[in-house]
Design a protein around this ligand. Structure first.
Ligand SMILES: [Zn+2]
Length: 64
C-alpha cells in the first residue's frame, strides 16, 4: 500500500479512515502545530480523507 501523502511505500503504514498513510506522514499530521505553515495543507488533506470516507460509507450503507 502506498502512502496517499508522499506516495512512498513505507514499511509501516496505517489506515486512516480508509486512506493509507505511512507512519511518518501520520506523525507529521498529528504533530503539526496550528501555527505551522504546513498546518493548513494537512488540514485540507484530512478534510479530503474525511470526504472520501463519508462518500464511501454513504455508498456502502445507504440511508434507508
Ligand atoms: Zn507518507
Amino acid at each position: 500500500m502506498y502512502c496517499k501523502l508522499c506516495n512512498e511505500k513505507g514499511e509501516s503504514s496505517i489506515n486512516l479512515l480508509g486512506t493509507n498513510l505511512c507512519m511518518d506522514c501520520f506523525r507529521a499530521i498529528a504533530n503539526t502545530p496550528i501555527s505551522h505553515k504546513k498546518y493548513d495543507y494537512y488540514k485540507e488533506l484530512v478534510k479530503e480523507i474525511l470526504k472520501e470516507y463519508i462518500y464511501q460509507r454513504t455508498n456502502l450503507d445507504p440511508v434507508k
